[in-house]
Design a protein around this ligand. Structure first.
Ligand code: DAH
Length: 340
């Protein structure tokens, strides 16, 4: 009986000294395993006198149960310790300030297109769009530029076939629109246009235009002037002025290049306007009667004006951007200046 007590004390001691789950398992094997020390006591029971065996057996089994309980408790305690340590190590302080999420922002070309749209929408225009892959018919023919016309050389065109091309101008949309709509017409047509130009500070093979077209009874060049003057003032402020210079476009007669008073120096003359005080921003004119007729509109009854704005130029002047390539390279150091 003393031997049992001693062995149990030794075993409980081993359990309490075990450092981890492995140590506990080693203690279990050492005392309770098949060849364990407590198991050995039970095996040796046969040498005892028969009448002592029941009491001895009961005592060993009690010791065995006590030891099993101690081991189970110790294992549970280790697990609890482990869990507590993990919780502490992985704790998240929810009161910490959160890192700000990086927000996207509109590209300056998108912003300028929306601004220009808003200005004309406010004057009662609606937005009309056409395809980038266009028929020669809409890009040139209906616009009074038949095959072989020298004006085709003004725009270096990407052709797919003889009759299909990448539109070189949003003027194609006015031709499309006039073949399917009757006056009164008052539209703007924003979009990408394509020309086989080398890339430099002011050229790109893909760029953006905004076409404008108004056709109704009694439309005159004064209406054109009024619309563009209102546009210039809305975009660049009340001190902005415009001027018309005679020019040539096959689809308008008369035609004009339209300048805006320099947005940098206000008209005094600076490097941006090359000392002239004026910046060329768009082409415009009275829709040529040939164009109206070709699109099925009675040119004896209706007149109209049209204009084509280069949106990159407008954006560069508005934001003080000196190189057009910046608008296409998508360098984050450039883009984040327009909000993030
Ligand atoms: N389509 C012309 C161009 O790309 C711009 C233009 C000039 C459009 C005069 C017009 C206009 O509607 O009337 O150079």
């Amino acid at each position: 009986m003393d031997e049992i007590k001693e062995l149990l004390d030794k075993a409980l001691q081993a359990v309490s000294e075990a450092k981890d789950g492995e140590g506990l398992e080693a203690a279990r094997v050492r005392f309770l395993g098949k060849k364990g020390e407590l198991t050995a006591l039970l095996r040796g029971m046969g040498q005892l006198p028969a009448q002592e065996r029941p009491a001895f057996g009961a005592r060993v089994n009690a010791a065995r149960e006590e030891l099993e309980r101690a081991i189970a408790q110790a294992k549970e305690a280790r697990r609890a310790d482990e869990r507590a340590r993990k919780l502490k190590a992985e704790a998240i302080d929810v009161t910490w300030p959160a890192p700000a999420a990086a927000m996207g922002a509109l590209h300056p070309m998108e912003t300028i297109q929306r601004q220009v749209e808003q200005i004309f929408l406010g004057m009662g225009y609606t937005v009309a769009e056409g395809p980038d892959v266009e028929l020669d018919k809409y890009n040139f023919e209906l616009l009074n530029v038949p095959a072989g016309h020298p004006a085709r050389d003004m725009q270096d065109t990407f052709y797919f076939t003889d009759s299909m091309l990448l539109r070189t101008q949003t003027s194609a949309v006015q031709a499309r629109y006039m073949t399917t709509h009757r006056p009164p017409i008052r539209i703007i047509c924003p979009g990408r246009v394509y020309r086989a130009d080398e890339v430099d500070a002011s050229h790109s093979p893909v760029f953006h235009q905004m076409e404008g077209l108004v056709v109704d009874h009694g439309i005159t060049m004064a209406h054109l002037r009024g619309a563009l003057d209102a546009f210039a003032k809305a975009l660049y402020g009340d001190s902005a002025r415009i001027r018309f210079r005679p020019s040539y476009f096959p689809f308008t007669e008369p035609s004009a290049e339209v300048d805006i008073s320099c947005t940098i120096c206000g008209g005094k003359g600076c490097r941006t306007c090359k000392g002239s005080g004026w910046l060329e921003v768009l082409g415009a004119g009275m829709v040529h009667p040939n164009v109206l007729s070709a699109c099925g509109i009675d040119a004896t009854e209706y007149t109209g004006f049209a204009f084509g704005i280069g949106l990159e130029r407008i954006a560069m002047l508005k934001y003080g951007i000196s190189d057009m390539r910046l608008l296409y390279e998508n360098d984050m150091r450039f883009l984040t200046q327009f909000g993030r």
